[in-house]
Write a protein that binds this ligand. Structure first.
Ligand code: ADE
Length: 264
């Protein structure tokens, strides 16, 4: 079930920043990482906001304990439910309508489609696990969605949360500025991106393809589409499969490439 926290303030003014809340035992790690480059500028411009909540601040005992031994025994510790749920509830009080997402290798794999979907919401709350994981009752009753950034295990959810923040926030209107267009890039149309070149046109004897310097825009677009298709076919057979059946134009591009190579 997709649980959505109710906002105390129902203002959905589009000028409100896209609100990211990260529940983490390492707030400085997250704050530091988002303060640079494009995300740093988006924060300064008020296009996005990032809030961190540390479950340790909600731990009730003298030692501020956030983990405990697993029932049934076994290696590793488990994040206790009380501080974690208190942190999630603190996030729900202020975050408007947005999903609570647990970063986990057992989640649905992050894709560009999911990133675009999340960027259309008012915000997201990302829960970072540590140790062996979180108490299953938290997962069942306080988490709306689980996302994985790939088939490997990290020491904690923070690097994964940063990947989600980056992929989602760059799609928030205004974050990339006017020049860059998210529609043009890898995955947005199911293909990998075509190759890019800049000056010098001859770098240590390696030349930029003539067509890119021809000034012939239609031919350049055609070449770029062909390269995107060829790259996708050779590097990502899974994506290539999903592109089938090709449009008549793309089929012609690929056939021509296979017959004559890149030059035509
Ligand atoms: N936490 C640990 N490993 C992870 C992964 N691969 N994706 C998301 N969260 C994680």
């Amino acid at each position: 079930m997709f649980r959505v926290c109710e906002s105390m303030n129902s203002d959905t003014d589009s000028r409100q920043p896209f609100r990211v809340t990260v529940i983490t035992l390492f707030p400085e790690y997250v704050e530091q990482a988002v303060s640079h480059s494009i995300l740093g500028r988006a924060l300064a411009a008020g296009l996005i906001s990032v809030h961190v909540i540390n479950p340790r601040d909600y731990a009730t005992n003298r030692h501020k304990t956030v983990d405990d031994y697993p029932f049934g025994g076994g290696a590793g510790m488990v994040m206790k439910p009380e501080p974690l749920v208190a942190a999630i509830e603190a996030s729900c009080e202020s975050k408007g309508t947005s999903p609570v997402i647990f970063m986990s290798p057992a989640g649905e794999p992050l894709t560009q489609v999911i990133a675009a979907e999340l960027s259309n919401l008012t915000g997201i709350t990302l829960v970072c696990g540590h140790y062996e994981g979180i108490d299953e009752r938290v997962r069942e009753h306080w988490i709306d969605r689980e996302i994985s950034i790939g088939d490997y295990v990290l020491t904690g959810g923070e690097p994964a949360a940063l990947v989600v923040i980056d992929a989602v926030c760059r799609l928030v209107p205004g974050v990339l500025g006017n020049d860059a267009s998210p529609e043009d890039e890898s995955f947005s149309d199911g293909t990998l991106e075509y190759p890019h070149f800049t000056r010098p046109s001859d770098f240590r004897g390696f030349k930029v393809p003539d067509i890119l310097m021809s000034g012939h825009h239609a031919k350049i677009e055609d070449w770029r589409r062909t390269m995107a298709l060829v790259r996708t076919r050779s590097r990502r057979p899974d994506l290539w499969e999903r592109l089938q059946p090709l449009s008549k134009e793309d089929r012609k591009r690929i056939d021509t490439y296979d017959r004559l190579g890149e030059s035509k």
